[in-house]
Design a protein around this ligand. Structure first.
Ligand SMILES: C[S@@+](CC[C@H](N)C(=O)[O-])C[C@H]1O[C@@H](n2cnc3c(N)ncnc32)[C@H](O)[C@@H]1O
Length: 305
């Protein structure tokens, strides 16, 4: 059996989340194709469109999915394009959409991608290495201390954001992940350093801004719900509270009917989905032991009415 560099998280929960006899599936974050290959193996009648912006991921996913012939179609595009691409294939509605957000093991493990402070590499952090966007190095070397502090606070929920930002500005330029991680660690008071590496939240914040992760998610959530056929399901795995909060709020909004009480002028609306998960599904202790990356995974599912 081939060993793949990324183990899909909450895989059984994803298979359990499928509606009956799905025909059209979209995997918005293909990665190494772990979820997609399992979905295609499980659903004999289904075709799948998979999206990823990372060439490295697609080099692994494409040959893996090729065994499914024309049941699998791969796009080197952002999941933001899913409605347009589905339409080009004559799909006006979809039975199952999966997003498995965040960074893959391949991305973290390859030092040259610049996601890891444990493996020294260039400060890049772009999911799409061809995208003409600012890299993590551009942010830390060009932004002023106030803007950096705002980024670390907003996207990393880092309470020492101002101290860290000032230390970065004093010590820059930075070219590598390890050099940045050292300065961040030095800026966080020793007695306030917890179990996780003190640079974890700063690295998360930089990755989120470099890839515009939250904007992309918020913009696309309503479109994904629209794209579902009646009875179709949207399943989203997130890995940090900022993402999970957005998913939770969108799902709550879409599942809530608003009726205006007599005498009030509330904008009425019907629910368009029902919540399949009131609380997010998380990994079992056995899965966490086998795959520590699953520790912070949260899965939320809705079904189109
Ligand atoms: C956690 S991995 C997915 C792993 C996959 N489920 C598997 O089983 O192998 C997340 C993937 O999403 C990709 N990604 C991030 N933002 C994206 C976007 N806007 N559109 C498409 N893919 C994206 C990343 O490049 C990464 O490969």
């Amino acid at each position: 059996m081939t060993a793949y560099p990324h183990t899909p998280v909450l895989l059984q929960a994803i298979l359990d989340a499928l509606p009956e006899r799905p025909e059209r599936i979209i995997d918005g974050t293909l990665g190494a194709g772990g979820h997609s290959t399992a979905l295609l193996a499980h659903c004999a009648e289904a075709s799948l469109i998979g999206f990823d912006v990372d060439d490295d991921a697609l080099q692994i996913a494409r040959p893996r999915l090729s065994v499914y012939g024309d049941r699998a179609h791969v796009e080197n595009l952002s999941y933001q394009e899913m409605t347009r691409i589905a339409a080009t294939r004559g799909w006006d509605g979809v039975d199952f959409i999966l997003l498995d957000l965040g960074v893959s093991s391949m991305q973290v493990d390859r030092a040259e991608r610049g996601f890891s402070f444990a493996k020294d590499g260039p400060l890049d952090m772009r999911f799409d290495q061809n995208a003409p966007v600012l890299t993590a190095a551009d942010y830390v070397n060009r932004f002023d201390a106030d803007d950096l502090a705002d980024i670390f606070f907003e996207y990393g929920e880092e309470r020492f954001s101002r101290r860290i930002a000032r230390a970065i500005v004093r010590n820059r330029p930075f070219y590598t992940t390890a050099a940045l991680a050292d300065v961040v660690a030095g800026a966080v008071p020793r007695n306030k350093q917890g179990r996780i590496h003190p640079a974890t939240r700063v690295f998360q914040a930089l990755r989120i801004v470099v890839n515009e992760e939250l904007n992309r998610l918020t913009q696309t959530l309503p479109a994904m719900i629209d794209l579902l056929r009646a009875g179709g399901r949207l399943a989203i795995i997130s890995f940090h509270s900022l993402e999970d909060r957005q998913v939770k709020q969108c799902f709550r909004h879409a599942s809530t009917e608003v009726k205006s009480p007599p005498g009030m002028m509330l904008q009425e609306r019907s629910a368009v989905v029902k919540l399949i998960t009131r609380k997010p599904i998380t990994a079992t202790p056995a899965e966490i032991a086998a795959n520590p990356r699953s520790r912070s995974a949260k899965l939320r599912i809705v079904e189109k009415l």
